[in-house]
Ligand binder design. Sequence first.
Ligand SMILES: [Fe+2]
Ligand SMILES: [Fe+2]
Length: 248
Amino acid sequence: MEGQNRKDGIEMSGVITPEQSLGEIVGKYPLLSGFFEKNGIDYCCGGKETLREAAAEHNIDENNLIKQLEKELERLDEFQADEITWETRPASELVDYIVARHHGYIKQNLPDSEAHLRKILQVHSEVNPNEMMGDERAIVRLPKLLTAFLEMKESISKHLKEEEDEVFPAIKNDAVDESLKRKILKLQEEHEELGETLEKIKQLATDFVLPEWACPTFAATYRLLSGFQADIHKHIHLENNILFPKLI
Ligand SMILES: [Fe+2]
Ligand SMILES: [Fe+2]
């Protein structure tokens, strides 16, 4: 596919350099934090370390490590299709795209976000709320933020399952009947509810504006959550405004 090796209009090669610090890389590409976690590379407390230093410490060839990271970025950004073209494409192709691109993103982001949220909650749980100053109050909201996130995680997981197990296969088999149309209306109602929960999460995370004292894990958590929000907006747009009107 044209543009497959590009991200945000930039050639993938050279996006990541050995001189960049781990904190800088995860700041720019929050989803790569999952890669570092999986490979035991500390980008949080060791966030100032350059990629070259981390590669040497872990006995990995630095060029090989960069290739793996860029491959991971390409995998996450595999589909670069222009959404406008979906209006003229068959519904079954759009279904495949939504599942691969957006459902795939959610399934990766949710466990990453949850792990990050739990980590910052644990790290900051020992701060006494009575001794907090100014934007340290963001810490007080963390338990509520985690609760709202877990509620959202549960409802969105059910929602994706309904789409992938029932509605999308029927669309691909051209089996759209009255009962399926009712299910589609229910999915649209769930999109509304999801939008409200995401708004609540955004408010609890003060619009994802980082407190001054935020550590790299805190910053990565907010970026994961705001990235999730941005992606879900595109996802719901494709379903509500392009896919479902083709069917009902
Ligand atoms: Fe979906
Ligand atoms: Fe949906």
